[in-house]
Ligand binder design. Structure first.
Ligand code: ATP
Length: 238
């Protein structure tokens, strides 16, 4: 079953076409990596799906919900959680207070909550150790864990992550990615992961989508893309 269906999505910033007729599907309970060099359109894609950028054409559905007609402030209730690039936390609030914000506006599933704050501490023990520490004192990796934890508390059906690996040590990236993969396998979460770090993203992804100047240039099972020298040399730069 597809969680997300996107057709012909086009976004222009003045004369710049950041997305040009982008179509793809994201299967439920899978990790789909969105790859591409700087400026390929990854961030624009995620921002458009979460209602922050208005497209000039196209359709996007999350299950039966028309995402492009859903206001950004209703996205979390619809089941879409977006973790933007840059790890935005409220610097003066503690870890616990930042996490509690994630519960506001959470989707009502009619079932027992899959995630509560204690579960986030189980998933990321370092956040439990630092629960009373203000967020600006956290390391980059801890901050990334905090923003992911906060997003999980909204009980998303789909989690959009923009460059979570940026600037983190490989060991921390591996730890966070393994945890994401585990959540997909155990909780049926669906993840759309935008990354320049193609190798790490493909190591946990089921499928990979490569953007080149706003167009889909490849859409393949992750293991096929990982071995595709042509795509790697032309679009991934690693
Ligand atoms: P990066 O990894 O550097 O964030 P990206 O793949 O996420 O790259 P986008 O940030 O989506 O790419 O940018 C796609 C194109 O749109 C680029 O040419 C970029 O310069 C342009 N662009 C992005 N945001 C704006 C904006 N607000 N106004 C004008 N042009 C923009």
């Amino acid at each position: 079953m597809n969680a997300l269906t996107v057709s012909d999505l086009t976004v222009a910033y003045g004369p710049v076409r950041a997305l040009d007729g982008v179509s793809f599907e994201v299967a439920s309970g899978c990790v789909t990596a969105v790859l591409g060099a700087n400026g390929a359109g990854k961030t624009t894609l995620l921002r458009t799906l979460s209602g922050l950028v208005r497209p000039s054409a196209g359709v996007a559905h999350l299950s039966d919900r028309d995402l492009l007609r859903t206001p950004a402030e209703e996205m979390t209730r619809t089941g879409l959680a977006h973790v933007p690039e840059g790890r935005g936390v409220i610097a003066e609030l503690t870890v616990r207070e930042n996490l509690r914000l994630g519960v506001l506006g959470a989707r009502r599933t009619g079932r027992r909550r899959a995630f509560d704050v204690d579960r986030i501490y189980d998933l990321f023990p370092v956040l439990g150790e630092r629960r009373d520490q203000v967020a600006h004192t956290l390391s980059g990796g801890e901050r990334q864990m905090l923003v992911i934890g906060r997003a999980l508390l909204a009980e998303p059906r789909i989690l959009l992550l923009d460059e979570p690996s940026l600037g983190l040590a490989p060991r921390i990236v591996a730890q966070i990615f393994a945890l994401l993969r585990n959540l997909v396998d155990t909780e049926g979460l669906t993840v759309l992961l935008a990354e320049q770090n193609a190798r790490s993203a493909l190591s946990i992804a089921d499928r990979g989508l490569v953007l080149g100047l706003g167009r889909v240039v490849a859409d393949e099972p992750a293991h096929v893309l990982a071995d595709d020298v042509r795509v790697r040399d032309a679009y991934l730069g690693n």
